[in-house]
Design a protein around this ligand. Structure first.
Ligand code: UDP
Ligand code: MG
Length: 288
């Protein structure tokens, strides 16, 4: 590996940010690779920024004048990264640095575009309310992308900078950053691998709001797939309408002559959705 840029977004993590930076520095130093750590303070109102400024080692600090959000902080850090490989990790102490060497090794050896630490080990500390929402979203994402996704939005991952740059225009400022990059890579046939890791209990409070963020994630999954693979959404929709239309015709022929306008509307709607899907697909292919 020529070099590694590590980006750490931080918003009010005074309890854990220093330890995160120290652990990162000691873990990566042992690997003898050229690296930099970029901490992005996302306008914290606690002592995070001062604590970061006192840290030693190959650390540069970006300080946001306003709170941009998780994705916004990451994007600022990534824009400044000088190496081809970018590793992201939370500043809240939930991801242990112990798994990083394995992540780097896999990324390097297999020439992948992204290696994700998936929080699927038995005793990973993910709360119940979150697991429930997650289950649905992951199922939807798996169906729509046609790929197995053990963890959609893990915050520990290593990626090729050039691939992030390719998708930078659709990457959001909020928590959906990781979901979006996962879906973008999978639907565009980039090489992604998952490695099981531990997920520890958080020190401070999580900034995610389980219900609001779950519904937003739902919309996000549908929109991202629409963006890269619109037929995945339009085809099943029009198929359902054609199928209902067919049943209505059969009822008309074999049971009794009724529902003529409903039948026509259903067929026309099916046809229009199919045309829209083909048009969306055409636009997608032309702009690539
Ligand atoms: N974070 C940020 N800006 C925000 C919210 C969060 O920089 O507006 C940071 C936060 O300090 C943490 C990371 O982004 O290091 C992920 O946030 P959090 O741990 O709250 O999310 P979770 O891991 O619970 O999904
Ligand atoms: Mg976290």
């Amino acid at each position: 590996m020529k070099g590694l840029s590590i980006v750490v977004p931080c918003y009010n993590e005074e309890k854990s940010v220093v330890k995160t930076i120290e652990d990162l520095t000691s873990t990566i130093s042992k690997l003898r690779i050229n690296f930099e750590i970029i901490a992005v303070d996302d306008h914290s109102s606690d002592k995070s920024l001062e604590l970061l400024q006192d840290c030693k080692g190959p650390l540069s600090i970006i300080s946001n004048d306003i709170q941009l959000g998780y994705g916004g902080a990451l994007k600022r850090g990534i824009a400044k990264a000088k190496h081809d490989a970018v590793l992201i990790i939370d500043a809240d102490g939930t991801y242990s640095c112990d798994s990083i060497p394995q992540l780097i090794q896999t990324f390097e050896k297999e020439g992948l575009d992204m290696v994700v630490g998936s929080r699927t080990k038995k005793d990973s500390q993910i709360s119940r309310s979150r697991k429930f929402g997650k289950w649905f979203i992951v199922k939807l994402a798996t169906y729509l992308s046609g790929r197995h996704i053990p963890d959609l939005n893990s915050g520990l991952r290593i990626m090729k900078k050039e691939v992030i740059d390719k998708f930078i225009h659709i990457l959001p400022n909020g928590f959906s950053f990781t979901t979006t990059i996962t879906l973008a890579m999978l639907t565009n046939n980039h090489f992604v691998k998952y490695i099981p890791i531990d997920y520890l209990k958080r020190t401070g409070r999580s900034k995610i709001r389980p219900f609001k963020d779950t519904s937003n994630f739902f919309l996000l999954v549908a929109r991202t797939i629409m963006y890269f693979d619109p037929l995945k959404i339009f085809l099943p929709l029009s198929a359902v309408l054609f199928f209902v239309g067919l049943i209505l015709i059969l009822i008309r022929i074999f049971v009794r002559p009724m529902l003529i306008s409903t039948t026509i509307i259903t067929f026309v709607a099916g046809f229009m959705i199919l045309s829209l899907g083909l048009l969306a697909d055409l636009i997608d292919k032309r702009t690539k």
